[in-house]
Design a protein around this ligand. Structure first.
Ligand code: HEM
Length: 212
């Protein structure tokens, strides 16, 4: 019951940035450069949601609210959703679907290349986010693949830090949070490894995937 309500609340909350954009678009509220406004807003929310996805496991452990794992997939999929909107804003409103122009930009402007790589890495994660994929890949392989989310986070922060011209405060804040999450994960892996050298791990299934 708690999980169901939390899922509904997160679903509705995650749609607020999109609703805000639509509202502003309909009421002339996107400022002098609407494309820039939409690009910045969707980029911000992609990164926030990537970091939120990564925060679920430590939060769940520290608060002992183990049911929280049930919301991780939804937050991750919303990160991908906003990442896709961010990309669509760029390719549609900025480049008018000129693929040639887009490839030129990707090759010429390193921050675009990095952002593009971050988004591409999210595709296999979104595609394999189902219970069926966990069964198909096996818990361990699935976990290995889904560690790519850390790389997406790192590339997202680099992308942001690279594009800002003067005020680095926000990318530094995101980078700081990401470093804490990475440190937590490295610590968790180290203790898992220690345990598995003392006692060989059994084959991992979905329950095991949810633990890490
Ligand atoms: C195909 C992929 C991507 C493209 C083409 C792209 C492109 C851009 C562009 C053109 C900007 C605005 C630059 C400026 O105003 O000077 C931007 C901003 C941004 N992007 Fe991306 N991006 C991509 C993927 C991503 C991903 C995957 C993330 C997050 C993980 C991300 C996070 C951000 C952030 C945080 C900003 C700045 C927002 C702000 O100023 O508040 N981008 N991106």
């Amino acid at each position: 019951m708690k999980l169901r309500f939390t899922k509904i609340a997160i679903f509705l909350a995650a749609l607020v940035p999109l609703e805000r954009l639509v509202w502003k678009a309909l009421h002339d509220g996107l400022g002098a450069n609407p494309i820039e406004f939409i690009t910045h807003s969707t980029g911000d929310w992609t990164l926030i949601l990537v970091l939120a996805t990564l925060s679920v496991t430590p939060l769940r452990r520290f608060t002992r609210q183990y049911w929280l794992i049930g919301v991780r997939r939804m937050i991750g999929l919303f990160a991908f959703f906003y990442g896709t909107l961010h990309f669509l804003t760029y390719i549609w409103l900025d480049k008018f679907f000129d693929i040639h122009e887009m490839w030129k930009d990707i090759a010429k402007r390193p921050f675009i290349t990095v952002g593009f790589s971050a988004l591409v890495l999210m595709i296999p994660l979104a595609v394999t986010s189902t219970a069926w994929s966990i069964r198909r890949l096996g818990g361990k392989n699935w976990q290995r693949l889904h560690r790519l989310i850390y790389l997406t986070g790192i590339l997202g922060v680099v992308h942001y830090a690279w594009l800002v011209k003067a005020d680095l405060r926000k990318p530094i804040e995101y980078g700081f949070l990401l470093s804490i999450l990475l440190l937590y994960r490295v610590g968790a892996w180290a203790s898992e490894r220690r345990k598995s050298t003392v006692m060989p791990a059994p084959a991992r299934g979905r329950a095991e995937v949810n633990k890490v």
